[in-house]
Design a protein around this ligand. Structure first.
Ligand SMILES: O=C(O)C1=C[C@@H](OP(=O)(O)O)[C@@H](O)[C@H](O)C1
Ligand SMILES: C=C(OP(=O)(O)O)C(=O)O
Length: 434
């Protein structure tokens, strides 16, 4: 599907979709449990991949209504799957499920789409091998397809922290049900650190104790996953909130602007988007108790933003930078190149198609806003949900129409994204190419 956006101002109320990160963890944690109900869950392409894995490990994930998942777990030890696990486009599923597979008494094969099969898995495979499992890439290049044979019993392992925090999450979640537990020493500084805090929070809510250590993290073995009252509720997603928030900041009606509901505080590093948009000059008010953000537009100025902890915000910040006056410098961004696409290059090149000048370095992106006025263009969404959503935002304030190709991939994290934009008054057309 291609989506064509006519420049529009936005106003009204949008509801944050549930957090993808929390939902993945809650589905897998419920899988490790005997049973659990997950409320307010995100049912997107990525979280469905994790649910499929829990089913293949011998659990059962049943959707009850829109956002409630009734999950029968595999109770600590996964069965050997009867089929290959298709992780589709989801890095989180791949990492978390690879470590779970190392607990099974037999062999699991994992694969995914072309993007997924280009993302680094080597450090996790090496860690699982060091812990006693057999884990390798079929092509011997650290990329999926992956083959994992367990079971492992736990122990100590070291791993780099600057490729993906999902390796740490994966080892902590699996480590809790090993015999010996897992102690993780970080070889390099941890990037995307708040995602491990999310993991520690979800584990605690499922009654599992894991902790920071001087050199990394540790989890004791022999623990049981069980949420209080048998239920777990997922908070709203701040990476997803960044899009209606940025829409309000660049195209908000000066009177009423955009109101975003479901924005309750949690461990998500991406809550930083509220402060970033405010720092750029937008008029923002966040009522944390109510979980409501109100934003209206004002002239924006370029800022410097370090995305070490918040890689998923880069596309949104790049678009904000294209609209702002002056330079927006996004630093500490090398790990943003290991996502569904190399998002540093993708944003530089696609904003370039819209007439925006950028300067790209290995670990930074500077967007030269102001003078280079955004021009409507046909741009590629790169089959990457966050690139699609960020380019759609640019279309709100470009001169002329903007067509984003391959826009259906928003279903990875924010299935109703274009409905939300329409609800805020955006004029857009969907063309499914038939
Ligand atoms: O654990 C998670 O839920 C995630 C961790 C981050 O990845 P990295 O740790 O690979 O940077 C983030 O980019 C991804 O969207 C979700
Ligand atoms: C990188 C992302 O997710 P994952 O790593 O799970 O594919 C994302 O949602 O931006």
């Amino acid at each position: 599907m291609n989506v064509t956006i006519t420049p529009s101002s936005v106003e009204g109320t949008a509801r944050a979709p549930p957090s993808k990160s929390y939902t993945h963890r809650a589905i897998l944690a419920a899988g490790y449990a005997d049973e659990a109900t997950v409320r307010d869950a995100l049912w997107s392409a990525d979280t469905q991949a994790t649910a499929r894995a829990v089913d293949l490990f011998g659990g059962d994930v049943t959707r009850d209504g829109n956002a409630t998942l009734e999950i029968d777990g595999f109770d600590g030890r996964p069965d050997v799957p009867a089929d290959v696990i298709d992780c589709a486009n989801s890095g989180t599923t791949t990492r978390l499920v690879t470590a779970a597979a190392a607990l099974a008494d037999g062999t699991t094969v994992l694969t995914g789409d072309e993007s997924l099969r280009s993302r680094p898995q080597g450090p996790l495979l090496e860690a699982l091998s060091a812990l006693g499992a057999e884990a390798y890439s079929t092509r011997g290049n650290g990329l999926a397809p992956l083959v994992v044979t367990g079971p492992l019993s736990g122990g100590s392992v070291s791993i780099p922290g600057d490729v993906s925090s999902q390796y740490i999450t994966a080892l902590l979640m699996a480590g809790a049900v090993t015999d010996e537990g897992i102690e993780i020493d970080l070889e390099t500084e941890l990037k995307s650190a708040p995602y491990v805090d999310i993991t520690l929070e979800v584990l605690a809510d499922f009654g599992v104790d894991a902790r920071h250590t001087d050199d990394g993290f540790a989890v004791d073995g022999g623990q049981t996953y069980s949420p209080a009252g048998g239920e777990y509720a997922v908070p709203g997603d701040f990476s997803s909130i960044s899009y209606p928030l940025a829409a309000g900041a660049i195209a908000g009606d000066e009177g009423d602007g955009v109101r975003i509901e479901g924005a309750n505080p949690s461990a998500q590093g991406d809550t930083a988007i509220v402060e970033i948009v405010e720092r750029m000059g937008a008029d923002v008010d966040w009522d944390r108790e109510e979980g409501v953000i109100e934003v209206s537009s004002a002239p924006l100025s370029g800022v410097e933003v370090d995305v070490e902890d918040t890689p998923d915000l880069l596309p949104t910040i790049a678009t904000l930078g294209a609209v702002a006056d002056g330079d927006t410098r996004i630093t500490n961004a090398e790990h943003v190149r290991y996502k569904e696409t190399d998002r540093v290059s993708a944003m530089a090149e696609e904003l370039g198609e819209m007439g925006v000048e950028t300067t790209e370095e290995r670990d930074s992106l500077t967007v030269h806003g102001g003078d280079s006025r955004l021009e409507g263009a046909t741009v590629s969404g790169r089959d990457d949900h966050r690139i699609i959503m960020a380019l759609a935002l640019a279309g709100l304030v470009a001169d002329g129409e903007t067509t984003v190709e391959g826009a259906d991939h928003v279903d990875v994290s924010f299935p109703g994204f274009f409905d939300v934009l329409e609800g805020l008054g955006v004029a857009l057309e969907r063309d499914d190419g038939q």
